[in-house]
Write a protein that binds this ligand. Structure first.
Ligand SMILES: Cc1cc2nc3c(=O)[nH]c(=O)nc-3n(C[C@H](O)[C@H](O)[C@H](O)COP(=O)(O)O)c2cc1C
Length: 355
């Protein structure tokens, strides 16, 4: 059984949508739990006023009845509350009436570090907005909603996933200093998953490797420029005798340098992955750019933006890891009904005698 996710949506368009396939029937979803994750994504030190405008909430259009999945595609929607200020500028159809609101004037000054320049060149746009609207991390909201669904599924087999900023205090200090200088900062987040049994993922092909899948999922998030599994880059400087996690008679480990994955397969220890986020590229003190119409030197677009979104990334990364683990669990345990999935998991733990 393959878990699938298709998403669409622009930053200031009417809504973000996702269609989730491959869920078992009978999974109970809690609207408040999904909305709580959407809220967590919007909060965090260094975020802008946009987050107060949005107040994200999930809507479900299909695949759910009275709070339980039907085993059919689940359609999720998160509306962009801010769209009301962009109805002309981001109208999906040719807009009627006099231009009003935001997004009327074409953006011609691409921001370094964004999709802006490469996007207009690649797609032949004459307004940078046609690229930046989708390249924006706004649509991570609907991925967080899908991640909350994945976490509900994982909870059924005792797996919990949590993301956090690695150095919260350091981040706050860096945000305060950067804000004064109208600059931005990045940071590092860590996601841990407990209760993962040995045997998710496989060494059979590179696509099956759980470490590769988690790295792909994390690198797929905007602004993530590095991923580590377990001790990651630090392993390169260690001796083999220090770097590997010795196996006790009960098959557990006293150390976890591997971050719970060996040869692309979970080994029963906690999964630990980290992602490094670059400083956000929209600066209130803009960087040098070029006006794509006049060809003259100019300053990059200034659009309301955050000083940092590292705490938000922790939530988005948590959702991405939950999504990948749920996918690997669906492949291993299958089942059309939730109870089949749970029973297959239980039977597997019995076979390998894993407590
Ligand atoms: C949760 C989250 C929020 C973000 N918020 C902003 C923002 O407010 N301003 C900004 O310039 N970039 C923001 N970004 C980063 C950009 O979306 C990203 O750097 C840009 O699309 C270019 O992609 P790349 O950094 O992966 O190369 C955010 C990223 C994430 C994950």
């Amino acid at each position: 059984m393959e878990l699938t996710l298709a998403s669409a949506g622009e930053s200031h368009g009417p809504a973000l949508v996702a269609i989730v396939g491959g869920l078992p029937a009978g999974l109970e979803l809690d609207r408040d739990a999904i909305d709580a994750d959407l809220r967590r994504r919007q909060e965090g030190y260094g975020r802008s006023r946009r987050q107060q405008i949005e107040r994200d909430r999930v809507e479900v259009l299909a695949g759910l009845r009275h709070g339980r999945t039907l085993g059919t595609p689940l359609a999720l929607v998160v509306r962009n509350v801010d769209h009301k200020n962009w109805t002309w500028g981001m109208s999906p159809w040719p807009p009627e009436g006099e231009p009003s609101g935001k997004g009327i004037k074409p953006v011609t000054l691409p921001r370094p570090g964004h999709a802006d320049l490469a996007g207009v060149l690649k797609y032949g746009h004459d307004d940078v907005r046609d690229s930046l609207e989708r390249a924006s991390a706004r649509h991570t909201a609907v991925h967080v909603a899908a991640g909350a669904v994945a976490k509900a599924l994982l909870a059924g087999i005792g797996i919990a996933v949590r993301g956090a900023v690695v150095d919260e205090e350091g981040l706050r200090r860096a945000v305060d200093e950067a804000r004064k200088e109208r600059d931005t900062v990045g940071g590092v987040v860590e996601v841990r998953a407990t209760g993962v049994p040995p045997g998710l993922g496989s060494y059979a092909t590179k696509e099956d490797r759980l470490d590769a899948r988690l790295a792909f999922a994390l690198m797929g998030i905007q602004a993530v420029k590095g991923v580590e599994v377990g001790d990651g880059f630090a392993l390169a400087a260690m001796r083999g005798s220090q770097a590997h996690d010795e196996i006790r008679p009960d098959r557990r480990r006293d150390t976890n340098h591997a971050g719970g994955i060996e040869a692309g397969v979970s080994n029963g220890e906690e999964i630990v992955v980290r992602a490094a986020m670059k400083p956000l590229p929209t600066l209130m003190k803009p960087l040098a750019s070029v006006d794509l119409v006049s060809g003259e030197a100019g300053q990059a677009l200034v659009e309301r933006s955050d000083v940092a979104a590292v705490e938000a990334l922790a939530v988005v990364a948590e959702a991405a890891v939950a999504w990948e683990l749920a996918g690997a669990a669906r492949e291993k345990f299958g089942g059309d009904a939730l109870e089949d999935f749970v029973a297959a998991h239980r039977a597997y733990l019995e076979r390998i005698q894993w407590a």
